[in-house]
Ligand binder design. Structure first.
Ligand SMILES: O[C@H]1[C@H](O)[C@@H](O)[C@H](O)[C@@H](O)[C@H]1O
Ligand SMILES: [Fe+2]
Ligand SMILES: [Fe+2]
Length: 318
């Protein structure tokens, strides 16, 4: 894996958004300067050669894999049903944040009841995945506490599957994400299922830029609705002080066609290009920390509670 090859640890600037401002406008930003010496690109965390089932990671073709059919069904429904209109409707509904009030840690605990049917690499409770990815990234980037917290919360949006949060179907909560309103790129997994999406043949939505323009910036692009966008909305609307790179990682961590295959780059603006470097770092820990090695929750809990207190209000609207 050469995911770091494009990461140039020269003096980096991370933009922090003022949470009360409309972030789509990218105004009123504070800047944090990160010391590049703190950034260890390959330290304590070792990437495994195969996943917890002894197979290669992200193998969507392997019919021997018993989870294969469940995963394929999820993607089939996702690709057929996630249309431009559907996404607009869901974003409106979930921007209201009227489902619950609870702390970030309470939400982590809720993830124990969530099963993700899009993931060929993981059948552990989701809370383990949160802690495994956070602890893995902490090993290599000990001083970037915002990155540890970003990892801890990146998948919390999967509560969308629980009845209290709308009990959404798997295809509207998990899996890789992609833009709607422009042509679906062939690098999406199980691309063939898009042919049954009503937008596939709609000339408004099926050209390379569709309803967007070159370099318009990802924040102006509607993404298929799921746990990434929901958690981004929750973090932003509750006034998190996480830097813009943290919000970007949360919002696009499932955008594999972009961060791992380089598709849709024509929609990015300069700030996206900067933030993508962090996302590509993050992805290594998100994907390759999925294992059967458990984390002692009680031991690490005080550390994560301190980060939650630093970056979030005590009660968060969901
Ligand atoms: O199956 C996985 C899982 O749902 C992850 O949480 C998501 O971020 C990935 O993109 C997806 O491939
Ligand atoms: Fe995810
Ligand atoms: Fe994840």
């Amino acid at each position: 894996m050469q995911q770091f090859s494009c990461f140039n640890p020269s003096k980096m600037t991370v933009i922090v958004e003022n949470p009360v401002e409309d972030m789509e406008l990218y105004e009123h930003k504070k800047e944090i300067h990160v010391d590049p010496d703190e950034l260890v690109s390959d330290g304590g965390f070792t990437m495994p050669d195969s996943n917890a089932f002894g197979q290669s990671f992200r193998d969507y073709e392997n019919a021997e894999n018993e989870r294969h059919q469940i995963v394929e069904r999820t993607y089939r429904l996702q690709h057929i049903n996630q249309t431009y209109d559907y996404v607009k409707k869901m974003r409106e509904e979930y921007s209201r944040l009227d489902k619950a009030e609870m702390s970030i840690w309470e939400c982590c605990e809720l993830l124990n009841d969530v099963v993700d049917e899009s993931d060929p690499d993981l059948d552990e409770p989701q809370i383990m995945h949160l802690l495994q990815s956070a602890e893995a990234i902490r090993k290599d980037y000990p001083n970037e506490d915002w990155l540890h917290l970003t990892a801890l919360i990146h998948d919390l949006g999967k509560i969308l599957l629980l009845p209290r949060f709308g009990g959404l179907p798997q295809w509207s909560a998990v899996g890789d994400i992609f833009p709607v309103g422009c042509a679906f790129d062939e690098s999406n997994v199980h691309y063939q299922f898009f042919k049954e999406n009503p937008d596939f043949n709609n000339p408004k939505y099926n050209t390379k830029t569709g309803v967007y323009s070159e370099g318009c910036g990802l924040s102006n692009v509607l993404m298929s609705f799921g746990h990434d966008d929901y958690m981004y909305l929750v973090a932003k609307e509750n006034g998190t002080t996480l830097p813009s790179a943290g919000l970007f990682v949360i919002r696009y961590h499932s955008f594999y066609p972009l961060h791992s295959r380089g598709a849709y780059k024509h929609l990015m603006n300069e700030e996206d290009v900067e933030n993508l470097k962090w996302l590509q770092i993050f992805n290594k820990y998100d994907l390759y920390s999925k294992s059967k090695v458990p984390i002692d929750v009680e031991k690490v809990k005080p550390y994560y509670l301190s980060l939650i207190e630093k970056y979030f209000p005590a009660k968060v609207k969901w």
